[in-house]
Write a protein that binds this ligand. Structure first.
Ligand SMILES: [Zn+2]
Length: 386
């Protein structure tokens, strides 16, 4: 008896660690794929976002996760967006600058073709060309985003650490294209619960990123949020193989970077009743973790956070789980605004790349994949044991 019990315990640990260890390389591989050039920043040019949606749907199907929108994994919607599909040329003081590295164009900007305009210094970081409605702003770190509108001016952000001379004159050829109704889709799959299928736990992550700025510069978005998507796909495989008591929905949102558009659309057109959702965990930026993790809405749901902390401490997972209050900074937001209990988890420390061309898979450790996996499965188990 003694030895067989030991053998049983040994096998239990072996299988438990193997289930997770086996998925880590696959998760890292999927982060690499989703942030590769083929997906072109999962945005608005070269069908990047559409390709990412198809990739996710294909993986859900392969794992045996059921579609949520009738026979389809996709929930379509559209929104306006300003894009930069073509020319992205800028000369400052006669010297060509590199898009993404030396400069970014403000995402709400109109494109212009300008030959040799002079700049007037307004303050230590601002230079203006009133005649061409162009403004240059010096920054210590370039951070791009997405705009749903286009304004009748052009903003250029310059990386001041790479600037050799004070801006005096410039030429530019920048093309923008405003799309009044860009077609996007949330990707939604579900593993049906064995005991209480009408109680739903949700895992969410946005799969869109910023796309491209000009025809040669794209934003990989490895941490933001290929990390969350790949982690969710591994949890989808896990739950499909080990059907849980409650149903678990996997929601991959589009349009997050343009203003939480996909998740807002879902809460207004839910594919399961919002009242059936017992808890939602949203992952966005989970590729690091040397300094722990942060939980948004922790102070809104103190009991659930205490549960999460208990699981974190007993499993020796993150060195620190920092608590934050309410914040409209990712896709959990519109759910908790509609009284669906929701946390948003992101990891801390490591790479400083954020919304820039350096957010690459090669420099993203995915070092806390196992911690995130165990924290989520532990938290969901506790929800289902009630
Ligand atoms: Zn982002």
């Amino acid at each position: 008896m003694f030895s067989s019990t030991r053998l049983f315990i040994f096998l239990f640990f072996l299988s438990a660690t193997q289930a997770i260890a086996q998925d880590r390389p696959q998760t890292i591989e999927q982060v690499k794929t989703l942030s590769s050039e083929a997906f072109w920043g999962r945005g608005y040019t070269r069908d990047g976002m559409k390709k990412a949606a198809a990739y996710i749907a294909k993986n859900l199907e392969k794992s045996g996760v059921a579609p949520m929108n009738g026979p389809s994994y996709l929930q379509h919607f559209s929104y306006p967006v300003n894009t930069f599909p073509g020319a992205m040329e800028l000369r400052l003081n006669g010297k060509s600058l590199v898009p993404g590295l030396d400069f970014l164009v403000g995402n709400e900007s109109t494109g212009q073709r300008i030959e040799n305009a002079s700049l007037e210094k307004k303050d230590s970081v601002t230079y203006l060309s009133a005649a061409t409605k162009t403004i240059f702003v010096l920054q210590n770190k370039l951070t791009w985003s997405v705009s749903s509108s286009v304004e009748p001016y052009t903003v250029i952000y310059l990386d001041r650490t790479r600037l050799k001379t004070e801006p005096e004159n410039f030429s530019m050829n920048i093309e923008n294209r405003f799309l009044p109704a860009f077609e996007a889709a949330n990707v939604c799959g579900m593993v049906r619960g064995t005991r209480r299928p009408d109680s739903v736990l949700v895992l969410s992550a946005h799969y869109d990123h910023l796309g491209s700025m000009g025809s040669n510069t794209w934003f990989p978005g490895a941490n933001d949020n290929a990390s969350g998507v790949a982690t969710l796909l591994s949890l989808a495989r896990h739950y499909a193989e080990n059907p849980p008591a409650y149903s678990i929905a996997f929601l991959f949102f589009a349009g997050e970077e343009a203003g939480l558009i996909g998740s807002k659309y879902f809460t207004e057109n839910p594919l399961v009743p919002l009242s059936s959702i017992r808890f939602l965990l949203n992952l966005d930026l989970v590729g690091t973790g040397v300094d722990g993790a942060t939980v948004v809405n922790a102070t809104v749901y103190p009991e659930a956070f205490a549960e999460l902390e208990r699981i974190n401490n007993s499993g020796n997972l993150f060195s620190k789980l920092a608590r934050r209050g309410k914040a409209a900074n990712s896709d959990h937001y519109h759910f908790s605004e509609k009284n669906v209990p929701a946390f948003f988890l992101y990891t801390m420390g490591g790479t400083q790349a954020y919304h820039d061309i350096n957010d690459k898979a090669e420099t993203l450790p995915m070092g806390s994949y196992e911690q995130v996996f165990k924290l989520i499965t532990g938290f969901f188990s506790a929800q289902m044991d009630r």
